[in-house]
Design a protein around this ligand. Structure first.
Ligand code: HXC
Length: 257
């Protein structure tokens, strides 16, 4: 399927989505969010895909929601269409998503990166929630996911002042998993996605679900949930395969079963 605002392609077991509105620094308009969800639908239902890699350009991952599209919106319109519910649809995806972020990841762009499971940043990346400068606040989970990722002090700093955080500060604060030189971003992020996609998909998806559970429940319930999932994985052929391959000192051949 071809899209106008994104490029979606399959590379081995990795589904790669590149945001592609260069003239608007990949600002997230309704068409882009819809196309992104369509591409994710296709990758989620493709049994051969084990991980999704989301990226933008060297200059911008995404500079936020499209301000030109938002400017004239009214309160009833935003409420009736549940403006940016499309973000929740992305967050509900069960396959792992790696964000490769170079340049600006601002507003909705930062929020989109945070919806992904791992953020790998180029050393030129800049993160921020500058909505306050426009008279609004983050609307795709920024106040919540940023606070969970970096704590109240930094989240308040970013959301209230609108300042940007560079890649080094973002890594130090726990927002990004790794920082790599800009010219190696795609290679490094792809390698991470490829590694994830090489494992047994049920265990990968359950690992994602179980880590995310930590944000929704108490420690004792989370640990209990984890143990139940751990037990359940002994019902898979891939558990037998993974462990017997280790014992036999050979690479495993996972079949997602
Ligand atoms: C629409 C945008 C845009 C955006 C940039 N552009 N960001 N268009 N929406 N969010 C457009 C510019 O209008 C310009 O188009 C072109 O991209 C290049 O941008 P410049 O500003 O000329 O580039 P530069 O001087 O390098 O500055 C880069 C920048 C700046 C610092 C990223 O563009 C900027 O501050 N952008 C807005 C960032 C922002 O406020 N994001 C939060 C949006 S609110 P033209 O046609 O003029 O050349 C949000 C809410 C989320 O995300 C929640 C929703 C519910």
């Amino acid at each position: 399927m071809s899209y106008e605002t994104i490029i979606a392609e399959t590379r081995g077991k990795v589904g790669v989505i590149t945001l592609n509105r260069p003239k608007a620094l990949n600002a997230l308009n309704a068409q882009l969010m819809d196309e992104l969800n369509l591409a994710l639908d296709a990758f989620e239902s493709d049994a051969n895909i084990g991980c999704i890699l989301l990226t933008g350009s060297e200059r911008a991952f995404a500079a936020g929601a499209d301000i030109k599209e938002m400017e004239e919106k009214t309160y009833p319109a935003t409420y009736l269409e549940d403006f940016f519910i499309t973000g929740d649809r992305i967050a509900a995806r069960r396959k792992p998503m790696v964000a490769a972020v170079a340049g600006f990841a601002l507003g909705g762009g930062c929020e989109l990166a945070m919806i992904c499971d791992i953020i790998i940043a180029a050393d030129n990346a800049k993160f921020g929630q500058p909505e306050i400068k426009l008279g609004v606040i983050p609307g795709i989970g920024g106040t919540q996911r940023l606070t969970r990722a970096v704590g109240k002090a930094k989240a308040m700093d970013l959301c209230l002042t609108g300042r940007m955080m560079d890649a080094e500060e973002a890594e130090r604060s726990g927002l990004v998993a790794r920082v790599v030189p800009a010219d190696r971003l795609l290679e490094e992020a792809f390698r991470a996605a490829e590694t994830i996609a090489s494992f047994s998909l049920p265990s990968v998806m359950l690992a994602k679900e179980t880590v995310n559970r930590a944000f929704e429940t108490t420690l004792s319930e989370g640990v209990r949930f984890e143990r139940r999932v751990f037990h359940a994985l002994f019902a898979t052929a891939d558990q037998k395969e993974g462990m017997s391959a280790f014992v036999a000192k050979r690479p495993p051949n996972f079949t997602n079963s």
